[in-house]
Design a protein around this ligand. Structure first.
Ligand SMILES: Cc1cc2nc3c(=O)[nH]c(=O)nc-3n(C[C@H](O)[C@H](O)[C@H](O)COP(=O)(O)OP(=O)(O)OC[C@H]3O[C@@H](n4cnc5c(N)ncnc54)[C@H](O)[C@@H]3O)c2cc1C
Length: 449
């Protein structure tokens, strides 16, 4: 397919062959099938992005920003006739300041690479989505990504100090600062965190770093006869006031999916597994005590980093294992942590009622669950029973004082439910903000809210 006349010359590449651009049509959200883009731009500089945005703005062409395409809500899926603007080639880490504990990275830098670079200086970048080895920092900002360590350290937005952003009409702005404090003007940096590529295209990110812990955490793992007991253990740990370095829960359905993908010796009587880490042996002892008191079959405590990595690999494999099991409709609800046992019980009831597989893992220390509805891979439409079950899971979370999405974002997948959580007045404010940033509604339209 030929490029339209006047399309800007850029440093990066422009792809138009539909067989090639098809690879950029979707993200990792099975139910959302992307459209056919006019072109996919592999930007290499902020100026590339600005030139393409300017052209799109003048010619009324829709733009879809794209990081690494690991999103689970369809937010980076192409729209028919759009230009996909991929930041994947912008992978320079421009600065690591040891003295001031920040890093400046281009949007396409992979999360794990940023953390690894920080660790060479005795620092760390804490937010670590399970996809940390494959997702980009720009995508993390756009979705305000969470991760395993976020129970202790907080999510992406707590680390973003400043941004370089291309507006939908091609103007380049910078927001924020690199100082510890700063309150000049409205906080546009925070507004952009979690904006799902609907307000601007992030090309560069300044993030806070923290000192890397001097000793590895102590890991505690427990196996349970039922998932509700495991969830009660989480609520009990929260009540003690100890903040774990991470606390992850997997139900039987998840453990079976992982066992199918990479066998780890799942025992018959294990219906749920909880993995926690304490930064001190004392904290780990509290976790072990509470895990045990909630009715675990067994609790193991280890300060061996290799053993910890092996246990966490089981949890980090969960989404790959769900994808291996079939098409997946991944939910991302959050509930107050005291409500976790009830939420897990409701998910089990909903799965049984609709006869849908809903393996669930959770960043349990954050009250953030991923009930994942699995349906046969050969189906190109989401079955009605899956929509109905998904609807009931969302409603259950909202009934318990929770939220539709803790970290994956609304994207396309959850747009139909946003009005259940946000009032009409709040949605009006969202529409007003969008209209100021993107008056022609050309940047990722229909996503986010
Ligand atoms: C195996 C697996 C495990 C996962 N685990 C987690 C987890 O633990 N926690 C979690 O939060 N998420 C998780 N995710 C989801 C996903 O990895 C995150 O949402 C991640 O932040 C997306 O980053 P990305 O670079 O892939 O973005 P993409 O998927 O490319 O895009 C996501 C959204 O951000 C927008 N966007 C991307 N880059 C930019 C940019 N530079 N400027 C403006 N908008 C942009 C896109 O338009 C889209 O709306 C997981 C996904 C997988 C496949």
């Amino acid at each position: 397919m030929a490029l339209p006349e006047g399309f800007p010359q850029i440093t990066g590449a422009v792809l138009t062959d539909p067989d090639v651009t098809a690879a950029y049509a979707t993200d990792r959200c099975s139910p959302v099938y992307g459209g056919v883009p006019l072109a996919v731009v592999l930007a290499e500089t902020t100026e590339d992005v600005a030139a393409v945005a300017t052209w799109c703005y003048v010619n009324d062409v829709v733009m879809v920003p794209r990081g690494a395409g690991t999103g689970l809500a369809g937010g980076a899926a192409a729209i028919d006739g759009c230009v996909v603007i991929s930041l994947g080639r912008m992978t320079a880490i421009k600065e690591i300041s040891v003295a001031d504990q920040y890093a400046i990275a281009e949007a396409g830098v992979i999360n794990a690479d940023l953390d690894a670079a920080a660790r060479e200086h005795g620092l760390m970048y804490p937010p670590d989505p399970s996809s940390f080895e494959i997702c980009s920092i720009g995508g993390n900002v756009a979705t305000n990504a969470g991760g395993l360590r976020c129970v202790m350290h907080g999510v992406t937005r707590e680390y973003v100090l400043g941004l370089t952003v291309v507006l939908p009409d091609g103007r380049i702005i910078t927001t924020g600062r690199r100082t510890v404090k700063g309150v000049t003007g409205y906080d546009l940096t925070q507004l952009l965190c979690g904006s799902e590529g609907t307000l601007g295209i992030v090309t560069e990110v300044t993030v806070k770093l923290k000192p890397a812990p001097p000793i590895p955490p102590t890991t505690v793992a427990a196996a349970y006869p039922d998932v509700v007991s495991a969830a009660s253990a989480v609520a009990a740990v929260v009540r003690t006031g100890v903040v774990p370095a991470l606390m992850e829960l997997m139900d039987r359905g998840t453990l079976e999916c992982v066992e199918d993908l990479r066998p780890f010796g799942l025992e018959e009587e294990t219906r749920a597994m909880l993995i926690g880490q304490g930064t001190t042996p004392e904290d780990a002892a509290v976790l072990a005590r509470e895990f045990d008191a909630a009715g675990a079959h067994y609790v193991v405590v280890s300060d061996d980093p290799a053993e910890a990595a092996e246990l966490l690999a089981v949890r980090r494999a969960a989404f790959h294992a769900y994808e291996h099991a079939g098409n997946m409709f991944s939910e991302d609800v959050g509930v107050p942590r005291s409500k976790l046992p009830e939420m897990f019980a409701r998910i089990e009831e909903i799965a049984a009622k609709h006869d849908v597989r809903i393996p669930t893992c959770a960043h349990a220390g954050d009250g953030n669950l991923h009930p994942t509805l699995i349906y046969p891979r050969e189906l190109t439409e989401v079955p009605q029973a899956v929509w109905d079950a998904a609807d009931e899971v969302f409603q259950a979370a909202l009934d318990l004082g929770g939220t539709l999405t803790g970290e994956h974002g609304v994207g396309v997948l959850k747009a139909r439910w946003v009005g259940d959580e946000l009032s009409e007045d709040v949605l009006d404010l969202h529409r007003g903000i969008k209209a100021v940033w993107d008056p022609k509604n050309l940047l990722n339209p229909g996503r986010g809210f």
